[in-house]
Design a protein around this ligand. Structure first.
Ligand code: UDP
Length: 406
């Protein structure tokens, strides 16, 4: 178990002292986080790391997960896709079922928090309970909200409006709403198994286990198998690059319990890969953090060719390892990558292939991008910054004029 003081060598004593000072002011308040899956995807990843650290700081932070059946998660995935601008119809019956499931959860769950911190759209309607139980309610949106489908946005808006404040991951996601909107980007934990330093003796056996040849360039994308991560586009870009360079591709991903589309996408990925022995499609079980860390560290170039992206933790994870990253210029990715300074932003498969070749052929340039990227992540996207932002956000809910009412 990581100790909060273990971060001192990375971020300095002042940062840690400040966290304790802020946390003290929240004594006696329970922060109840609620989302829709305990494993898989960025939201669960962050909560897993941040809750124990908040508790070490003395904040009573807890985490509960809503329940839903296959139909519910089928509908929430459609809502998720519609928020990302996919033109998809969601019937009134489906929306009613979505609300019913939220109401069932609101009845069955113990909503004991002083602050109810609701993550993403799946549990958004729990806020209907506010009129009955009061409390402070925060809605944290983790998805790319740049061009949501308007009917779904309007449906969600009637719930968003009931919250005390909303939190977004990047500036383009702000919405026109009469509520405090707070920008808090996600973060990575530099001391987690996924991000800590790994010696070569740990990395080499992982490559061996997956049949990857470390003497030839390795291109990697780590992502849930989701259309919006464009894994088929990744394979096409790799194939263009492969015509010129003898390289390998790793597409590693696992499922998330709230994402029913994964298996369909995986099948499409397998058929796009055909039987190229240099394409490694790895279906990783949950808690494969060391493996992911090792694969990222062993890579020559890391891709995150998303078509939509709330933030893209995988980008921060790769940059923290000083890896050259080529990523889609979408959603929260441009706040992590400045094009040709701390990585490469792309808009197409052809562009991705072009930069793949360049970064493999010019290792010095690739190294410089990675180093600049690491510095940027260190200054902006580590978990200690995230903790500070959350503590300030929680405190702000009790702030009126120049007095904090606690
Ligand atoms: N991840 C993982 N196993 C996988 C695929 C992804 O642990 O098989 C992790 C990945 O390392 C990252 C998170 O899940 O920490 C994905 O977060 P991101 O913001 O990149 O995308 P999301 O899945 O939330 O859309």
């Amino acid at each position: 178990m990581v100790n909060i003081n273990d971060y001192t060598p990375i971020v300095g004593q002042g940062t840690i002292d400040e966290l304790f000072l802020l946390a003290q002011r929240l004594q006696g308040k329970i922060i109840q986080n609620i989302n829709s899956t305990a494993v898989g995807g960025g939201v669960a990843e962050i909560l897993t790391r941040i809750i124990p650290l908040l508790r070490q700081l003395g904040v009573d932070a807890r985490w509960d997960v809503i329940k839903g059946n296959e139909r519910f998660f089928g509908i929430t995935k459609k809502i998720h896709n519609a928020l990302h601008g996919v033109n998809i119809e969601i019937s009134p019956q489906d929306l009613e079922y979505f609300l019913e499931t939220n109401r069932d959860n609101a009845q069955e769950m113990n909503l004991y928090g002083d602050i109810l911190f609701i993550h993403d759209s799946q549990p958004i309607a729990l806020v209907e309970k506010k009129k009955e139980i009061g409390k402070k309610w925060l809605w944290r949106c983790h998805v790319d909200f740049t061009r949501p489908k308007q009917d779904i946005m309007n449906f969600l808006r009637s719930y968003i409006e009931k919250y005390d404040a909303v939190v977004f991951s990047a500036p383009p996601f702000a919405i026109d709403i009469n509520l405090p909107q707070v920008l808090i980007s996600p973060s990575i934990d530099p001391l987690s198994d996924k991000n800590k330093e790994l010696p070569p003796e740990i990395i080499a056996p992982v490559l061996e286990r997956f049949g990857i040849d470390k003497s030839r360039p390795i291109i990697t994308q780590i992502s849930r198998f989701d259309y919006l991560k464009d894994p088929v586009g990744v394979i096409k870009a790799y194939k263009m690059c492969k015509k010129h360079i003898d390289c390998q591709l790793i597409l590693a991903g696992g499922g998330a319990t709230d994402d029913p589309e994964g298996l369909i996408v995986l099948e499409e990925v397998k058929s796009a890969a055909a039987d190229d022995p240099d394409v490694h499609i790895l279906l990783l079980p949950p808690a494969s953090d060391i493996e992911i860390n090792a694969l990222q560290r062993a890579s020559t170039v890391i891709l995150q060719k998303s078509l939509k992206e709330g933030f893209g933790l995988t980008v921060a994870e790769a940059l923290w390892k000083a890896k050259p990253v080529i990523a889609g210029a979408v959603g929260g990715i441009p706040i992590q990558i400045t094009h040709k300074y701390s990585g490469i932003l792309t808009h197409s498969i052809e562009g991705t292939a072009y930069y793949l070749k360049q970064l493999i052929n010019e290792p010095e340039y690739a190294k410089r991008l990675g180093e600049n990227g690491r510095e940027h992540i260190k200054n902006n996207f580590l978990i200690t910054r995230h903790l500070r932002d959350y503590l300030l956000l929680f405190l702000s809910l009790y702030y009126e004029g120049d007095i904090i009412y606690l």
